[in-house]
Design a protein. Structure first.
Ligand SMILES: [Zn+2]
Length: 263
């Protein structure tokens, strides 16, 4: 087998939401009602001569509308680790919820990688249900359709390889077309779960997050994440867990609480 190149992995925190535990689980302990906040991230996958960005976050206006605390433009976090957003050529979209595809045109040179089933979901019959469209923004979805007509989308169907050492895996569950990214690093295979797991606790307690398209797929997805990380939960990076900022070291001096190095 040829040796795979390793990539560096970074999580950039750009927003925060103070909420309580019952908002994060279906079927949680009814006595557990204390604070359990969410953080919001974009992620960078940095190879020798190629950079991939996972998701684009949301902007200050979207944060205000949704009652989320917007902390910084995700591009500032990328700049802080030496990534020029204007030069990024590949952006992976985990799914099309507002907190993953906002900040319109932050990467003018990029093509966008997403699953067939996510575009079908966000532009199809299920969006007639308020409960399912709640986390989608019409303007964001239209922006993605514009990219389609500009031929800037790359569609994937199920598992696909983006480059040696970078794999996309369709997970579903949270949305119809949610995908995670598996990356070969110096620690071995790591998995950027995005919203295939909002929190480590969703995996550890085997409890689904309440924003869900298919609960069975979400629960199976937790197991898939673990399998893709060779059974090591410390190599799974959940999409919204503040613990990530504590568990991993700052990417550079002065970036505490802003960018952490995951690998
Ligand atoms: Zn999310």
């Amino acid at each position: 087998m040829t040796e795979l190149p390793t990539y560096e992995l970074y999580a950039i925190k750009y927003a925060h939401h103070d909420r309580r535990a019952p908002e994060n689980f279906i079927g949680g302990d009814p006595h557990e009602t204390g604070p359990m906040p969410l953080d919001y991230f974009v992620w960078a996958i940095v190879g020798k001569d190629r950079v991939f960005v996972l998701d684009t976050g949301f902007d200050a206006d979207a944060g205000k509308k949704r009652g989320r605390q917007h902390i910084r433009d995700p591009r500032d976090g990328l700049n802080a680790i030496g990534i020029d957003p204007l030069a990024v050529e590949d952006v992976v979209i985990s799914h099309m919820h507002y907190d993953h595809i906002g900040n319109h045109e932050p990467f003018p040179k990029a093509r966008y990688h997403l699953q067939d089933s996510e575009m079908a979901y966000a532009t199809g019959r299920h969006m007639l249900h308020d409960a399912l469209r709640h986390s989608y923004e019409e303007a964001d979805v239209l922006q993605m359709v514009r990219r389609l007509y500009a031929k800037r989308l790359v569609f994937h169907n199920g598992m696909d390889s983006l480059a040696p050492g970078i794999e996309l895996h369709h997970i579903g569950g949270h949305t119809m077309g949610l995908q995670c990214v598996r990356v070969w690093t110096r620690k071995g295979w790591m998995v950027l779960a995005a919203d295939a797991a909002h929190l480590y606790a969703n995996i550890e307690r085997a409890l689904p997050f309440p924003v869900v398209y298919n609960i069975a797929d979400m629960l199976a997805g937790h197991q898939t994440l673990l399998r893709l990380a060779d059974g090591d939960i410390s190599r799974v990076i959940p999409g919204h867990d503040p613990v990530v900022m504590e568990r991993f070291p700052a990417a550079r001096v002065g970036l505490d609480g802003i960018v952490v190095r995951l690998d």
